[in-house]
Structure formats: C-alpha cells, structure tokens
Design a protein around this ligand. Structure first.
Ligand code: FEO
Length: 407
C-alpha cells in the first residue's frame, strides 16, 4: 500500500490487487488498483476503502498513522459505492471503532445494513454538504447505476477535487507513477488499454448512466479527478472525461480503426476462410485482432470487440446451432449491451445450417442492434466461389467500417 498527498489536507492510499478475478469473473492480467482518500479538516473523512475483500490489514493503520491520522479519529466513512472492492473493510473497521458516521445515498444505506450491519448512517441527496472544518467542505452528487444504483460522487470544494469512485477508473496496476502528469507515453498507452478493458468489462452495461454522470461532472468545476481505480488526474482532468465520452461511443457501435475477428473452427474448414480473410485485411492495411474462441478470456474478448469499429464473426454450424464458444461470446457482448456494431459473418456447415438463425436470435434477444453485411455460408470446405463471396463481403465491410471510426 502506498500513500500520497494529492492536495493540502487530502491523501490517497492506494494498493495493487492481482491474482484475482475481478467481480469473480474478469481476468485482470495487469492487476487493478484500489484507491482510498483521506480528507482532513478539523474532522476527518475517509472516502471508500482500500483493502479489498479480506478485512483491514495492519498496513492500513500504519499508513494512516504515517500521514498523521489515528484511525480512532476518523469521524466519517464516505461510501461512494457499496461494491465490496470499496466497502469491504467496513465490518472489520467496526471492530476497532464503532462511533463513526457512514455517509451514503439511500440506496447504499440499505446495502450497508444488509452487507455489514450497524446503523449511524446519514443519507445524502444531490448537493448535500458536510463541513469538515479548516475550509474542507464535501458535497455529494448521486450518479445512480454507475456502476450500481447506490453510487455517488463526492466533491471537495476547496481543492475542486472530484472523488469519482468507479467512474473515470481503469484496470492496471500502478507503479511509481500515480498522477497523470507523471505517466510516461508507454504508461499513457497502458492506461488507455486498461481503461478500455475496465469500461467494457465493468461499466459498458451502464453506458446510458455513464453519459449522465459525464454531464454531471461537466457541471462541476474540477481541478482533480481522484477515482477509485487507476491514476489521479490533476494536470488534465478533461482527458479522462473525454476518454469516457469516447468509450461510451464505443459501447454504442463506434470504435477504433480496427477489426476484431471472433472465430472458432472444429476441423479447419471455417479456419481456411479466416486465413483467406486475413490476407485481404493485410492487403487492405486494416488492423485486426484475431480471437480464437474459446481460447481467449471473456475480459479480452469483450474489450477487443468493444473498441473495434467492426466485428468479423467466423463460426460454423454446430449441432444445428452457432458454434457454442462464439455463441457464448456474443451472448456476453449482449449482456454487456455492446450495441450498434458493424458485423459480417461467414462459416461452414456439414449437413444443415442453423448457425445463422441462432446468431440473429442472440442479437435480437439482447437488443444489440448490430448492422450485418449479408453472411456467407458454405458446405464443408470453402470453394473458390465461396471465398470470392467472402471477399465481396469483406470489402463492403471495410468500406462501411469507415463510418464507425472515432479517433
Ligand atoms: Fe470498483 Fe463497482 O466497484
């Protein structure tokens, strides 16, 4: 765990978490940070927890003491969001001190009780404030469904700091550099990529709420954005607001100038057509990410499709339906409400079709509203005329993809 001063009277405690599945689902190959913030006036508030799922380690108290905070003197626990990556420490903290006040939204208050028990909860609404003394005044701004219904922003008026919790967060462990102005170009690229993976894995389902939260942030005068995961933005907080605006567009069908090939093959027949398509993409200088299902994690698959301006689905019929690993991937994309993507499918069948029917059932059931170029199906191994039809489809796909690209 690391401690850093981010402004006068405000400290961040941050730690890297690795070797877990985030939310029990998402592989985080590059880890994630949990950030907590201490705001000190005459009273002291701690915003969100930092120790994850396992209780309060001694290191937390040691770090608090090193920044001049006796845990016994923490007056307020500001719970921006009840997901246990931020709130999991509350019951353990209660064991050493029980005379603090939890500040949270009404939706969070019910969860405080059901997750951790206890009372002494103050429910706040839009614009309510808490004066800590010495000029430190916190105000509270609910942003429901970012990412749970209970979520809120906390804003410190003196330093114009927005504590945004999940909003404006990113996966990715932090090394020595925790502020935007310290990041190297490689680290900026790293957090772009990890930010996309985080948004697509955790936030994409809630894009309509994220867009409202972006507008709410724009109405506040902000010098610093201090999220619950990832770097603090103090030089250019507008950058992460712009990034999130772009990510919201990705969730609704836009993307980078690149393609994801989501494919699977039983005996190499669909694979032969994939090889052919790769040749066309190389010839046409189109960047592509080739994901063979089921060998790729859901985390990587969702992120890749999310950021791509076009999706090529290459999958055969399997027992009258779509090749199951590709069907499962599309269902997951539907659950994540990744809508409006441009797509093109081809694949083989042995004695009957069925893949195409299930593909469209998945897309309709999940209201994905994807735009499909006419599919190409072939019996057994693709013949010359099948490959010609696929090339026509790919060229149409590349042309239409240009309308989806957002820089
Ligand atoms: Fe970082 Fe929704 O918890």
């Amino acid at each position: 765990m690391k401690k850093l001063q981010i402004a006068d009277g405000i400290h961040m405690l941050t730690m890297n978490v690795e070797d877990i599945l985030f939310e029990g689902i998402w592989e985080i190959v590059n880890g994630v940070t949990l950030n907590s913030y201490l705001v000190q006036g005459e009273k002291t508030a701690i915003i969100d927890g930092v120790i994850g799922w396992d209780g309060v380690p001694e290191t937390l108290y040691k770090n608090l003491e090193e920044i001049g905070v006796d845990p016994q003197n923490i007056d307020y626990l500001i719970v921006n969001h009840m997901e246990p990556d931020h709130s999991g420490w509350i019951s353990s903290f209660r064991k050493i001190k029980d005379d603090f006040t939890v500040i949270c939204t009404d939706r969070a208050a019910k969860m405080v009780s059901s997750f951790y028990g206890g009372d002494n909860v103050r429910i706040v609404k839009e614009g309510d404030t808490l004066d800590l003394g010495k000029g430190k005044v916190l105000s509270f701004h609910p942003v429901p469904n970012v990412h749970w219904p209970d979520t809120m922003y906390t804003y410190e008026r003196d330093t114009k700091t927005l504590f945004s919790c999940d909003m404006f967060g990113s996966f990715g462990r932090m090394g020595d550099h925790c502020f935007d102005d310290e990041l190297t170009p490689e680290e900026i690229d790293f957090f772009e990529s990890e930010g996309i993976r985080y948004y697509s894995n955790v936030m994409a389902t809630f894009t309509s709420s994220v867009k409202k939260a972006i507008e709410k942030a724009k109405r506040l005068e902000i010098n610093i954005i201090a999220p619950g995961h990832g770097p603090v933005y103090r030089k250019n907080p507008q950058k992460i607001i712009d990034d999130y605006s772009r990510f919201a567009l990705y969730a609704e069908g836009a993307g980078k100038d690149e393609v994801t090939i989501l494919w699977g093959s039983m005996y190499g027949m669909t694979a032969k057509a994939v090889d052919y398509v790769e040749g066309i993409l190389k010839r046409e200088r189109v960047k592509y990410n080739k994901l063979k299902m089921p060998l790729v994690s859901d985390s990587e698959m969702v992120a890749s499709v999310f950021k791509s301006a076009g999706v090529i689905i290459a999958a055969p019929t399997y027992e009258y339906k779509l090749f199951p690993p590709v069907a499962a991937a599309l269902n997951e994309l539907g659950r994540k409400r990744i809508t409006g993507k441009l797509a093109f499918r081809f694949g083989s069948y042995g004695w009957s079709g069925g893949a195409e029917k299930e593909l469209h059932e998945i897309v309709e059931r999940n209201k994905m509203n994807w735009n499909f170029i006419e599919s190409v199906e072939f019996e057994g191994m693709p013949k010359e005329e099948d490959l010609t039809k696929i090339e026509v489809g790919i060229l149409e796909f590349i042309e239409k993809m240009k309308e989806k690209v957002v820089k």
